[in-house]
Design a protein around this ligand. Structure first.
Ligand code: PGA
Length: 251
């Protein structure tokens, strides 16, 4: 695996103050794992408190608006996430694409807004089951990258891409190692086409039903630079088992 593996928990719409104990436990353990980069994207309501509760792990938003402020009831901007203590934000998660009708142009603008505000970005792409069954998976994902990758000055070092097949999210199903390898190779080629040589350094995470039992196998796939973890990131115990799998690959 090139570079430090990046293991990120996406808490989605889960978590009140009581869950900060899990973040603290993850943060304490992270001190023992300096060769793995760890982040958590809690609900935005917890970003500020989490910032005050942890020292080592990164903290992220799960989305951001394209504008810095304005009449957008219920939305949060990238500078607001940054001000609350976030280091990064996820954009383009399939749950945002599906339930909030976000398309590649929106995701592109959000990624751009986040980077302009100094946040790192995890940009999610992934095909549906019907698209995979139709043999279109790589075409869909590379088209998503084409439409949603932000224009950056110089190297896109604050950008990571997360490949998350929609049908693998929260289902317990994961693609075969061969399919993950093929998709990550296609994503790498597209990133190099978009960013030139700098595209070779963009981290590509795998997400979708990652858990302790399959993490080592998935993280060992060429071009898999980490994992975006939903359900299994909600307790320190299950999340740290995944971090531990990453540690064993780099030690
Ligand atoms: P899951 O979610 O690990 O619960 O499948 C992953 C994600 O949506 O990022």
């Amino acid at each position: 695996m090139a570079g430090l593996p990046y293991i990120v928990g996406n808490w989605k719409m889960n978590g009140t103050r009581a869950m900060l104990n899990e973040a603290r436990a993850i943060d304490r353990a992270a001190a023992r794992f300096p060769k793995v980069q760890v982040g958590i994207a809690p609900p935005a309501t917890l970003i500020h408190r989490m910032r005050e509760s942890v020292d080592l792990i990164g903290i992220g938003g799960q989305d951001c608006h394209v504008e810095e402020n304005g009449a957008y009831t219920g939305d949060l901007s990238a500078p607001m996430l940054k001000d609350a203590g976030a280091d990064f934000t996820i954009v383009g998660h399939s749950e945002r694409r599906e339930y909030h009708a976000e398309n590649d142009a929106h995701v592109n603008a959000k990624a751009q807004a986040a980077l302009s505000s100094g946040l790192a970005v995890i940009l999610c792409v992934g095909e549906t089951e019907a698209q995979r069954d139709a043999g279109d998976a790589e075409g869909i994902v590379t088209a998503q990258l084409e439409g949603s990758c932000p224009i950056v000055d110089g190297a896109p070092e604050k950008l990571s891409v997360a490949y998350e097949p929609v049908w693998a999210i929260g289902t317990g199903r994961v693609p075969s190692v061969e399919d993950v390898a093929a998709m990550h190779k296609a994503i790498r080629a597209k990133l190099v086409a978009i960013y030139g040589d700098a595209g070779a350094d963009v981290r590509i995470l795998y997400g979708g039903s990652v858990k302790a039992e399959n993490a080592a196998e998935l993280l060992a796939v060429p071009e898999v630079g980490g994992a975006l973890v939903g359900g299994a990131s909600l307790t320190a115990e299950s999340f740290l088992a995944i971090v531990g799998a990453a540690v064993s690959l780099v030690d």
